[in-house]
Design a protein around this ligand. Structure first.
Ligand SMILES: Cc1cc2nc3c(=O)[nH]c(=O)nc-3n(C[C@H](O)[C@H](O)[C@H](O)COP(=O)(O)OP(=O)(O)OC[C@H]3O[C@@H](n4cnc5c(N)ncnc54)[C@H](O)[C@@H]3O)c2cc1C
Length: 444
């Protein structure tokens, strides 16, 4: 086993790079592990612009945005291992070699990470871990599309990889299923490369992507968007020949006798992302049913002390600027934790409690032992709504105190909102609940 690292970051996308830089800046000895040959994660294949609007006030492409961070990383002491895949994580024990880890592993002195690379299997020891492993895409089988298994049915990310990295057009006449951002971007991309994009089909009554992507990717190129419709079946033996489209009801169930067959050689799926947390789950990190990422505190520390999460592994992000910010939060906190400045074996937490109108919130917990005056919170609403007021209230046993409220003319589930809570004059205990509500705004 090599010497002990303070912080080991798993995944070299924008979240992992930002985490590694922040941990290094805080004085930690850092290792960054990436399974691919190059750093940058999903940004490597996102050659469209629209990245970095918040952070740099510039419209950068994905590779341009990634390069700014990779360039900074190169000026640090961070050790980078590419073409290296993390397969196992165990607890490092004082007495013996590594031990299996679980959520009730108390008194862990660190972690042993097994890495597979061209050199073979290698084990490293680390005080803390940061998961920045990104997301994976839902496939045809996960959205109950029946029929054969022909070539030509691809996730939008795979279609993007073929088109932008390999320079190969994956289809000539295609249907896009799902109006998430990746689907919208690929509709435009395939159109520009000469494919006939027959339309984007969405089962929900409203589109799932950002409004700017609907305008710039579909409207500007006259690509039709069909709402309340889905693909139910694919046809073809070796190659896709056609898809069956059906209208759906409010419960998103296909309506009988609405079948329509469309001839095409490509079906591009943009039907959702799932945070990649197999490794984290295997060591007992509890996940939130709302975000599908780890339950975490304001430092992005999970319920296992010393284990952190950030970026799309923590929750699906629409803006890379927030991904980098979450990496920086995790990186700084992991360095502080590793260097022993702030170790509490049994942290005390106050809980954030979203109402049913909130789809997801992070953090879910406030660690009272490392609480600072200002805390950044991200949330998404469950349904599109207009003229609403979002309120954060501290609920003590005998009273409620409002700590934040903001009026929003419009809120949509695809758009993640960021707010900063000022807790300077607030008293919080383990019994405090932070209630988050969405109410119709009163006209003033
Ligand atoms: C098609 C598309 C278009 C987008 N468009 C925009 C846009 O216009 N503007 C914008 O701001 N945002 C956009 N986004 C969102 C933003 O780019 C992503 O949210 C962000 O890149 C996620 O970063 P990440 O580091 O969390 O994950 P990723 O970029 O996915 O990086 C995760 C990394 O972890 C590595 N990894 C995973 N498991 C292991 C393991 N076991 N061992 C070693 N390495 C591992 C992976 O290889 C990968 O490199 C877009 C996203 C997509 C997919």
């Amino acid at each position: 086993m090599t010497a002990m690292y303070d912080v080991t970051v798993i995944g070299g996308g924008p979240a992992g790079i930002a985490a590694a830089i922040a941990a290094d800046k805080s004085g930690a000895r850092v290792l960054l592990i990436e399974r691919e040959a190059r750093l940058g994660g999903i940004l490597k294949q996102c050659i469209h612009d629209g990245f970095g609007l918040l952070r740099f006030q510039e419209k950068l492409s994905g590779p341009e945005y990634a390069y700014r961070f990779i360039h900074t990383l190169q000026q640090t002491r961070v050790e980078v291992h590419t073409l290296s895949f993390v397969t196992h994580i165990n607890a490092l024990s004082k007495t013996e070699d590594d031990q299996p880890l679980s959520s009730n592993s108390k008194g862990t002195t660190g972690f042993v990470v097994t890495i597979t690379s061209a050199k073979g299997m290698e084990k490293i020891a680390t005080q803390t871990l940061i998961f920045s492993t990104g997301c994976r895409e839902r496939t045809a089988r996960q959205v109950a599309i029946h029929g054969t298994r022909p070539a030509g049915v691809l996730t939008a990310g795979s279609a993007q990889y073929y088109t932008n990295i390999l320079g190969q057009l994956p289809c000539r006449r295609c249907v896009i299923l799902g109006s998430g951002d990746i689907g919208l971007i690929m509709a435009r991309r395939l159109h520009l490369e000469g494919a006939e994009v027959l339309g984007v089909y969405e089962a929900k009554p409203t589109p799932s992507g950002l409004s700017r992507n609907i305008a710039q990717c579909l409207d500007d190129f006259a690509i039709p968007l069909h709402l309340n419709k889905t693909v139910t079946r694919v046809f073809g033996d070796k190659r896709l020949e056609a898809v069956e489209i059906m209208s759906v009801n409010e419960a998103m169930e296909p309506i009988a006798h609405t079948e329509e067959r469309i001839a095409c050689d490509g079906l591009i799926l943009s039907v959702g992302l799932i945070p990649e947390n197999e490794l984290a789950e295997r060591i007992g990190v509890p996940l939130s049913p709302l975000t599908k990422g780890p339950v975490c505190d304001q430092c992005n520390m999970t319920r296992i002390p010393g284990v952190f999460s950030c970026g799309n592994a923590l929750q699906v992000n629409d803006l890379v600027d927030y991904v980098s910010e979450s990496g920086e939060i995790a990186g700084r906190a992991a360095a502080v934790f590793a260097m022993g400045k702030e170790v509490h074996s049994a942290p005390r937490y106050a809980e954030l409690c979203p109402s049913k109108d909130i789809l997801a919130v992070t953090p879910q917990l406030l660690n009272l032992d490392s609480l600072e005056d200002r805390v950044t919170v991200f949330f998404r609403v469950r349904e599109e709504c207009s003229s609403v007021c979002v309120r954060f209230m501290l609920e003590h046993s005998d009273r409620q105190i409002e700590i934040f409220s903001r009026k929003y003319p419009h809120l949509r589930p695809p758009e993640m909102e960021r707010v900063i809570l000022n807790l300077k004059n607030s008293t919080l205990s383990e019994h405090t609940r932070i209630m988050i509500t969405v109410e119709k705004a009163r006209s003033s």
